[in-house]
Design a protein around this ligand. Structure first.
Ligand SMILES: Cc1ncc(COP(=O)(O)O)c(C=O)c1O
Length: 404
């Protein structure tokens, strides 16, 4: 099913400013429905959680609805949905809680493909516990994270495997299900960074075999909130540092302080917006929110991949452009340099043409080191999301061609 991209674009007020927003991998714009949901939550009156009066009950309802919405997006259970200020903050929190049980000799597997938010919290927690860190390496020629290496990396001492569902710069989608099957076989937990993957494809936490799935609403048309989804039974057995009087139930035990209730209303609206992208399916009352999300995200993936073919072919036809990453399965995320120009010069030039892209390592710290480009300013990232159209791609190619 094809998306009506122009109708989708019209629902995003920010897109009317004439810029080509190819910076979605760093954060998407939000549709009017999300803006309205946030402002309506405030306008109706909000109290703190757990009170006897209606404004407090509204906060509680918003929170429950947002947990259910994220569960529909990822495929988990609402009681396993934890919110926090960012994926980074939540990952540090989970790492701290899990590492309480780690001992010298235990092993943790991280990857060179990952954003540093799914590397450093584990490395630092392992250091504190005296556990050993094992590295899965990237093939710099292809940008693949070969699955085979995990057979040797995962041992009966492995406590945790942290791996991304998609690279935030070169888009590589490792075979997470195969990696988690190996982890499961030795009783290790799997922490999947889905921050980059979530806006680009249908996600099923169970099919991935993820014990934890981390994502950030601001990458999928929502507000700046991090989320981690896990099975409530797993969370029951974990004990993060917390205040004495704060709730000790799951998932609240993992949430520090008061949640941003109005923003959570925006999270629910963002999931509903995604569910409505594939319009005909959206109109079918017999379909669950989960089914509609899956239909939409399947259409999103197809539409992004079609446009990405044009974008990549255009970049690769320019003699002075070098692209990075050739993974067999990847998101619509291009990472490139232009000979004779630093990445920041390219980004400045594109900004002068009203095109938003990112330059730099984008926290893909290990990967840009492996690619040998980190010290030279790394590369330029132009990524597609569901609201990008052929015009955005054409404008990018025209502007890059001015340099090459
Ligand atoms: C793949 C990936 N993981 C983790 C993060 C960190 O997310 P947050 O900003 O919510 O901490 C990002 C942010 O860009 C990302 O792209």
């Amino acid at each position: 099913m094809k998306l009506d991209v122009e109708a989708i674009r019209a629902s995003y007020p920010a897109l009317a400013d004439g810029y080509a927003y190819l910076d979605g991998a760093a954060g998407t714009q939000v549709p009017a429905a999300v803006i309205d949901a946030i402002s309506q939550a405030h306008a109706r009156g909000l109290g703190n959680a757990g009170g006897a009066f209606p404004a407090s009950k509204r906060a509680d309802e918003i929170t429950s609805a947002s947990r259910a919405a994220v569960a529909a997006l990822i495929g988990g259970e609402p009681d396993g949905v934890m919110f926090g200020p960012s994926m980074t903050a939540l990952t540090y929190r989970i790492a701290g809680a899990l590492a309480k049980d780690w001992r010298p000799g235990d092993e943790v597997v991280v990857s060179q493909l990952d954003h540093d938010a799914n590397v450093r919290p584990w490395v630092q927690a392992a250091e504190r516990a005296g556990a050993t860190v094992c590295w899965a390496v990237v093939d710099p020629q292809t940008g693949e994270l070969p699955t085979g290496q995990y057979a040797a990396l995962i041992t009966d001492r492995t406590r945790l495997v942290a791996v991304t569902a998609a690279s935030n710069v070169i888009g590589t989608r490792p075979d997470v299900s195969a990696i988690s099957a190996m982890a499961r076989a030795v009783g290790a937990l799997v922490y999947v960074d889905g921050v980059h993957a979530t806006p680009h494809m249908p996600i099923d936490i169970r099919a991935l075999g993820a014990d934890f799935y981390a994502t950030s609403a601001y990458k999928w048309s929502g507000p700046h909130i991090g989320v981690v989804v896990a099975a409530p039974a797993l969370l029951d057995g974990m004990h993060p540092d917390k205040l004495v009087p704060s709730p000790d139930v799951v998932p609240e035990r993992f949430e520090l302080g008061t949640l941003p209730f109005a923003s959570l209303a925006g999270v629910t609206a963002a999931v509903q917006h995604l569910a409505g992208l594939a319009a005909p399916a959206a109109g079918r009352g017999d379909l669950s929110l989960r089914d509609r999300v899956l239909a939409s995200m399947t259409a999103v993936e197809q539409q992004e991949q079609d446009l990405f073919e044009v974008l990549l072919a255009g970049l690769e036809s320019m003699p002075r452009v070098q692209t990075y990453g050739r993974a067999a399965s990847r998101t619509a995320t291009a990472y490139f340099t232009v000979a004779g120009y630093s990445p920041v010069q390219v980004a400045d030039h594109l900004a002068s043409r009203k095109i938003n892209v990112w330059n730099g390592h984008n926290y893909a710290w290990e990967l840009t080191g492996v690619l040998g480009i980190r010290d030279a300013g790394s590369a330029v990232r132009a990524g597609l999301v569901h609201y990008n159209n052929a015009d955005d791609v054409e404008r990018l190619l025209t502007a890059v061609a001015e340099l090459s």
